[in-house]
Design a protein around this ligand. Structure first.
Ligand code: ADP
Length: 219
């Protein structure tokens, strides 16, 4: 049997706490690390293991066996120096996949240069999602894949209700692909071309920004 991935989250601020709790809820083993004793106490019932340690200290990280974790998330936000130093230590130790949270583009660049496998910008991404949602009330969620490509969740435009996916012809009209249809509790992935849209469907669409905007303007 395939062994489940093991995750470690360093820094139990708002972001790290949310990542750790969600992974735990999904049934994964999570080691949470914070240098602040109060945070550790507060979090002790929430995930599998919580320890107090300074993640800029290589010896402390090694003692925790951090190298054996499949994914380590550096969720320290405020203290950029601690965030960068921690990422550097994890890289030195040889952690196989490091996800690091960046405050801004420059910080992100630095993390990439050090060797973070994935740099995330939670505030920027959430800001984009909120903006898309404000502009079009149909848009429920938006994830940027690149500056001109995204994945969007859109409530079905009225005009498409009763049509099949093939009839809607979205690929030809907007160069976008419907990768899934959410219908109540059901998720159709991939949807059949003969699938008829119903009133409360939510479409998960991949495509260029222009095409996505075209779809959003349909009513
Ligand atoms: P957020 O913006 O997501 O709320 P914060 O920057 O406020 O994040 O919180 C980050 C957490 O990281 C804090 O709980 C802090 O105690 C912890 N932290 C900061 N430096 C270190 C470090 N060197 N080692 C471990 N934890 C740290």
């Amino acid at each position: 049997m395939k062994q489940e991935k093991q995750y470690a989250v360093i820094g139990l601020g708002r972001f790290g706490t949310s990542v750790a709790k969600t992974l735990h809820k999904m049934g994964y083993e999570v080691l949470a690390i914070d240098s602040n004793e109060d945070k550790v106490q507060e979090f002790s019932n929430e995930v599998t293991h919580v320890v107090q340690a300074d993640s800029t200290d290589e010896a402390a990280l090694t003692a925790l066996g951090i190298r054996n974790f499949d994914v380590v998330v550096v969720a320290i936000g405020e203290d950029v120096q601690a965030n960068v130093l921690t990422t550097l230590q994890l890289k030195e130790i040889g952690v196989s996949y490091i996800v690091a949270k960046a405050r801004d583009a420059l910080h992100g660049k630095m993390l990439q240069k050090i060797g973070a496998d994935r740099v995330i910008y939670p505030e920027r991404d959430m800001g984009q999602r909120v903006a898309y949602n404000l502009v079009s009330s149909n848009v429920l969620d938006y994830i940027e894949l690149s500056p001109d490509l995204g994945i969007v969740e859109v409530a079905i435009p009225q005009i498409l209700i009763g049509k099949t996916l093939a009839e809607a012809n979205l690929r030809a009209k907007y160069e976008i692909n419907v990768v899934a249809i959410k219908r109540e509790e059901q998720l159709m992935v991939p949807p059949l071309p003969s699938e008829k849209f119903t009133k409360h469907d939510i479409l998960v669409v991949v495509g260029g920004i222009k095409g996505i905007q075209g779809l959003e303007e349909l009513t």
